[in-house]
Write a protein that binds this ligand. Structure first.
Ligand code: DP6
Length: 400
């Protein structure tokens, strides 16, 4: 292999994922090993993605990172953990005698630039897509192949699930060194083409406690969380995998809602208690149950993470009517953001019966906008050099 004078530059994109069996709690804070397995749906990158460019060069004097156009502290422990891990894997590959290993590159410093195609202010969890994307881009420039769960996980636990498209489980594993705590695809994105995902972006009221600190307190204080992890999640993982395999929306939706509710119950069982749901979140929960009761079956399901935004799952033929119901219950602000973003949704009229079933307490402006999306593929490598976020000098092309 010729020695490289030019910087080696790679750009990747990675998706957001939403857990339908939630991860909450670590058994090892340093290695980010969970107390239970979890299962998620990968969202399509047309609507939500992180793009990351990594460049290595013998001319770089230090590691540097820019997030959404601003230089950030590369010394941040989780970024450092990812860098250490990828360099360890690259060294291992070399010492395993791999012909293609690139010994020179190991000593090179790296520059990283990363942007999201969705506003951070929307309060959507971006760390999973961000660290999955970092892991992929670093792996490419340092010539590391194979499963990157270990690398992504060290950035953020849920990030290992963003390494694959479709439906993904993160097996908690048993080993103390975390070697068996890995993400695996349960079914590809083509498996359930009718499944749709709506993100209802709720006007955030205040800054919430982050997942890392929140789950730490939960592990320390919630007996309910321990019971959930040990006695309930194993059977739920198996049942959720079955629902997906058989495309059983009724059971999928019910278990998704129950698992979200149970996660938030463990937050309330934490001491001091944590609450991520807002009044608007609770109104969405009521709306979903009234909508389903009106239809006499589970047509839509909600899930909430460590924030007030609702993620809604439905089959494509339900989406127009449900979006109309949301619009009816949360009349959009006239000067707000474009209400419906992402995949197009046919307009639909609500029947008087459904309107009556939904009740008469509309909350104007409670929901800022909806992002309509679907199940999508895993990380991608962009071959077009025009996509690089770093210029030939190794500095960000765009300043924003
Ligand atoms: C509620 O992966 O953000 O979204 O591992 O500390 O970085 P750290 O936490 P993080 O937690 C995500 C928690 C959740 C549920 C889930 O995605 O499974």
């Amino acid at each position: 292999m010729a020695s490289e004078q030019q910087p080696v530059v790679v750009t990747c994109t990675a998706p957001v994922n939403i857990a339908v069996i939630k991860y909450w709690g670590k058994r090892d804070e340093e290695l980010i090993l969970p107390i239970n397995s979890s299962l998620s749906v990968t969202l399509h990158q047309h609507q939500l993605k992180t793009t990351t460019t990594a460049a290595i060069s013998k001319d770089f004097t230090e590691d540097r990172i820019w997030l959404n156009g601003r230089e950030e502290d590369v010394g941040q422990p989780r970024i450092q953990a990812c860098l250490r891990e990828i360099r360890r894997l690259a060294r291992k590959r070399k010492s395993d005698g791999d012909e293609d290993a690139l010994p020179l590159r190991l000593s090179y410093k790296v520059h990283v630039a990363s942007v999201n195609n969705f506003p951070t202010a929307a309060g959507l969890a971006s760390s999973a897509a961000g660290f999955a994307c970092l892991a992929c881009a670093l792996a490419r420039v340092y010539g590391v192949e194979g499963d990157l769960s270990e690398v992504a996980r060290r950035g953020s636990g849920s990030a290992c699930r963003s390494l694959y498209g479709g439906f993904v489980e993160w097996q908690m594993g048993q080993r103390a060194d975390g070697k068996d705590s890995i993400a695996q695809q349960v079914a590809p994105e083509s498996h359930w083409p009718e499944l749709r995902v709506l993100i209802l972006v709720v006007s955030a009221e205040k800054k919430l406690m982050g997942s890392t600190a929140g789950m730490q307190t939960s592990v320390e204080t919630s007996a309910l969380l321990r019971f959930r992890a040990e006695a309930l999640v194993p059977a739920r993982m198996a049942e959720m995998a079955r629902c997906i395999r058989e495309r059983d929306f009724q059971a999928f939706g019910q278990l998704t809602m129950k698992d979200s509710n149970q996660f938030h119950a463990t937050c309330l069982d934490t001491f001091p208690p944590i609450s991520y749901l807002s009044d608007t979140s609770r109104r969405v929960i009521r709306l979903v149950h009234r909508f389903n009761a009106h239809h006499g079956c589970t047509k839509v399901a909600y899930s909430f993470d460590a924030g007030p935004n609702a993620v809604i799952f439905a089959l494509d033929d339900t989406v127009p009517e449900f979006v109309a119901a949301v619009q009816h219950s949360f009349p959009p602000e006239p000067n707000g953001d474009k209400f419906l973003q992402g995949l197009p949704v046919e307009p639909a009229l609500l029947s008087d019966e459904l309107k009556a079933a939904l009740g008469t307490d509309p909350t104007p402006g409670g929901i800022k906008y909806i992002i309509a999306t679907q199940v999508g593929p895993g990380p991608q490598v962009l071959d077009d050099p025009g996509a690089h976020l770093l210029g030939p000098d190794g500095l960000p092309k765009l300043t924003s």
